[in-house]
Write a protein that binds this ligand. Structure first.
Ligand SMILES: Cc1cc2nc3c(=O)[nH]c(=O)nc-3n(C[C@H](O)[C@H](O)[C@H](O)COP(=O)(O)OP(=O)(O)OC[C@H]3O[C@@H](n4cnc5c(N)ncnc54)[C@H](O)[C@@H]3O)c2cc1C
Length: 482
């Protein structure tokens, strides 16, 4: 990149806000999906919306692609840098700007860590509901871009339910406001379009969140089953009985072993484990919990434990929340997959995953949001063994095809990013993809904001499939200037 551009960036964010040394750039070469790596040309760390705008204006003028980055915990390669592009890290924009509890609203900068929102309002008995297992490190900006979920989204809804307003720097550097503190703004639902857009429509610089009053009581039950089929039948039974638990999570035996090795949550050793959490008024929760217990027993539960203290409850959750990272205890490498199926397809899909896993000669652990039908198969492998990484990737894609065949989706909460863009054309028709592409082009006609992600073959506005139109980067000759 030309020296004058570096100088301009330095003038905007200050010398400490610009990273160019190879050693430091390595930190940003991937996100949580470590088998994709690209070195950015530079990383910029703006501290204000104005700085983000100025940086993006330079990118627009010079046709430099950019990728927004929160905490880099994404699991689909969304924050993976793009060739010859820069990374704009929002980590320094981490202030909680306003707490407005009479209206149950909190306004934050994008780099605020998810759990910090709850910590801030908990003394007043409020919480921020979307709770990805990475909530102690992931940023609200990343959550917005991925429309992140979590164990409690079964009852409370995904990030999109809790984001009411956004300030966004568009890819030409202009500033727009989508939604606001009030509900149901007139006009197109551009807020809904932006949430889950994976950094392809611009950069969120201010976010208005809805926080929720804490329920009177929360009870958590652990139920052990011979296998995931019996546990799955219990999940269907609970939902069919008309209950809406705060969370229903499932782990298979391999996931239990990993969690035990990592954080010792004292789980029963069984084929399928359910964590069922109910919250609400004390009397209602007590009565419903009896029904949950009865349904679990009807479906062959071998052991049922109700957490008696907050400490026991937190231990139950510690095991579940640590489950992905815990895979490192039982395997040198692993791929976290993320697919969705109708709940009723669970027994069939679990049986098929076991078959595919045997066929590939690779172990697959399962830990997932059973109430939402949001699976997280973890494909275990050893990178040192020739061909195993490719075999693991192939198996993880086969599992997604299985989800599609069952009437589900290729992602529940981790996004498409770099990893799953090849699956988009299996899920969507050409006109579907074309419509999405037109929306993207309306925000970013030059395809500068996280280009190459989400879509299998990014196209410019008006370009037809198969038709060749040179990309603006080619026209401007920017590629040669790097
Ligand atoms: C151990 C572990 C457990 C996890 N558990 C869950 C889970 O339960 N549920 C879940 O949904 N996810 C989970 N994740 C995935 C990940 O934590 C989420 O996707 C999270 O939202 C990413 O946030 P981040 O700040 O790390 O974003 P990053 O990884 O930095 O970025 C993610 C995407 O957001 C874009 N982006 C970031 N900031 C902005 C911004 N301000 N404006 C526009 N675009 C932006 C990036 O370009 C990228 O496309 C888990 C990850 C790990 C490692």
């Amino acid at each position: 990149m030309e020296a004058r551009i570096f100088q301009e960036f330095r003038d905007i964010v200050g010398p400490r806000g610009l990273i160019t040394s190879l050693e430091d750039l390595r930190t940003y070469e991937c996100d949580g999906l470590t088998n994709f790596r690209v070195l950015p040309r530079a990383v910029l760390l703006p501290s204000t919306t104005e700085q983000v705008q100025s940086v993006v204006r330079v990118c627009h003028r010079e046709r430099i692609p950019f990728v927004a980055r929160g905490s880099g915990t994404g699991l689909s390669g969304g924050a993976l840098p793009v060739e010859n592009g820069i990374v704009i890290s929002l980590a320094k924009m981490n202030r909680i700007l306003e707490v407005d509890l009479p209206n149950a609203r909190v306004v934050v900068e994008p780099g605020v860590i998810n759990l910090d929102v709850t910590c801030r309002v908990l003394p007043q008995e409020y919480f921020y509901a979307p709770d990805p297992s990475s909530q102690s490190v992931c940023s609200i900006g990343g959550n917005v871009a991925e429309n992140s979920g979590g164990a409690h989204c079964l009852k409370y809804g995904f990030t999109t339910t809790h984001v009411l307003g956004l300030e966004v720097v568009l890819p030409d550097g202009s500033l727009v406001h989508l939604g606001g503190k009030c509900l149901d703004a007139p006009g197109y639902d551009l807020l809904g379009v932006f949430v889950g857009s994976e950094g392809t429509l611009g950069i969120a610089t201010k976010i208005t969140l809805r926080v929720v009053k804490r329920p009177e009581c929360t009870r958590t039950l652990l139920a052990a089953f011979p296998g995931t089929n019996e546990a799955g039948a219990a999940v269907s039974g609970i939902i069919a009985a008309g209950m809406l638990p705060a969370a229903i999570e499932m782990m298979d035996n391999l996931a239990i072993q990993a969690a035990e090795a990592a954080v010792h949550p004292n789980y029963p050793d069984c084929g399928g484990l359910l964590l069922v959490e109910l919250d609400g008024p004390v009397a209602e929760v007590a009565e419903l919990m009896q029904s949950v217990e009865a349904i679990c027993r009807e479906n062959a539960a071998t052991e049922i434990r109700l957490a008696r203290t907050d400490h026991e409850r937190l231990l139950v959750w510690k095991g579940r929340k640590a489950a992905f990272a815990a895979m490192g205890r039982i395997s040198p490498n692993y791929i976290v997959q993320d697919g969705v199926i109708p709940r009723t397809a669970l027994p069939h899909v679990m049986t098929e995953i076991t078959r595919l896993s045997r066929e590939a000669g690779l172990r697959v652990a399962n830990v997932f949001h059973a109430g939402d039908g949001n699976l997280h198969p973890l494909v275990l492998y050893d990178r040192q063994i020739a061909g195993q990484e490719q075999a693991a990737e192939a198996l993880s894609y086969k599992i997604l095809e299985l989800c599609l065949a069952a009437g589900g989706s290729i992602t529940g909460e981790h996004g498409v990013g770099e990893e799953k863009k090849r699956m988009m054309s299996k899920m969507f028709t050409e006109p579907d993809l074309d419509t999405m592409q037109r929306v993207r082009c309306a925000f970013d006609p030059l395809l500068l904001s996280n280009p190459t992600k989400v879509f299998p073959t990014p196209r410019l506005c008006g370009e037809k499939p198969g038709e060749y139109v040179p990309h603006p980067l080619e026209i401007s000759g920017i590629a040669e200037r790097f």
